[in-house]
Design a protein around this ligand. Structure first.
Ligand code: PDD
Length: 288
């Protein structure tokens, strides 16, 4: 499977032939928004939800663009051989041919998309999923984390801090409350109830987070969207993180201490199973 073809401003071309201006505002100012969308067997997973969030991000940063996103992304995936791919789509405000903070609405946005292979997490089964270890640290980001902006420097620095501590992810704390991970949402389970930080401008409204809550509602698993203090992690029965490319992942240790008995929890196994069945229904065309 080739993943070398990218999409840039209306053309499909080999990655090493794609060129963007050095004055592109995405490059100079991270003046751009993005999405990461998994495709399994060539089918977009929650594609509409991703496109709805993209429209939200574009509106929030006032980039105006109309495009047939499903058409472009499906064609990119097909041209790269279909299969299991993660699609990255980035739209920057474009280039004015010089570096100036102020922008002109007439500028043409730069649209870039590429694919990379991903594993079908659900095909492997719950026992194959590797649980995470995480650290807890300060959330250094701006106050519009609901916008999926490419300005990811705080996320990158903190993830690196986690990696250097031998952990997979970092859970972020702002004003005494947990927000999310550097590229994932957060869930805490206690006595059969799923708790997750409520949606606000302090977190990204994750499409996987939304799906977890939908599946929990369908299965009759109680959940609450609430403020969560980091101390609550100490007596959690289970902790999970979620993202599009990783699905729902159990957190087995936090700051070097095991979560409960340090094993994947029963509610996580149930949720993983609900995800697997959901994905199967999507693949077979039973749902869209
Ligand atoms: N990240 N929170 C943050 C800060 C994220 O960057 C992401 C996704 C999520 C989960 O959102 P979703 O379930 O829609 O993927 C939460 C993507 C995968 C990334 O940056 O690569």
């Amino acid at each position: 499977m080739s993943t070398d073809l990218v999409y840039l401003n209306g053309a499909f071309l080999p990655a090493d032939e794609a060129r963007v201006s050095v004055f592109d505002r995405g490059f100079l100012f991270a003046d751009s928004v993005y999405e990461v969308i998994p495709f399994y067997q060539g089918v977009g997973f929650r594609l509409q939800q991703h496109l709805d969030r993209l429209a939200y991000s574009l509106r929030a940063v006032r980039i105006q663009i109309d495009a047939d996103w499903p058409g472009i992304l499906n064609e990119l995936v097909q041209r790269n051989g279909g299969g299991n791919l993660s699609v990255y789509l980035q739209i920057s405000r474009g280039s004015a041919g010089s570096r100036t903070h102020a922008y002109d609405d007439a500028m043409a946005p730069t649209v870039f998309a590429c694919c990379s292979p991903i594993q079908d997490i659900y095909a492997r089964g719950a026992d194959q999923v590797r649980g995470y270890t995480v650290i807890v640290t300060a959330d250094l980001r701006w106050h519009r984390c609901d916008i999926k902006s490419t300005g990811l420097l705080p996320n990158i620095l903190v993830l690196q801090q986690a990696r250097e501590a031998g952990a997979d992810e970092a859970l972020l704390v702002r004003d005494g409350l947990l927000s999310e991970g550097t590229s994932c949402n957060l869930f805490l389970i206690r006595q059969g109830v799923i708790y997750t930080p409520k949606r606000s401008s302090e977190i990204l409204g994750g499409t996987t987070r939304e799906l977890i809550l939908e599946l929990a509602a369908e299965a009759g698993i109680p959940f609450q969207e609430v403020d969560i203090r980091p101390e609550a992690l100490q007596d959690a029965d289970e902790v999970w993180v979620s993202s599009s490319t990783r699905g729902v992942i159990p957190v087995l240790a936090i700051d070097g201490k095991p979560v409960a008995d340090g094993q994947k929890g029963p509610l996580w196994r149930q949720m993983f199973d609900l995800f697997t069945r959901f994905q199967h229904r999507l693949m077979t065309g039973e749902i869209r």
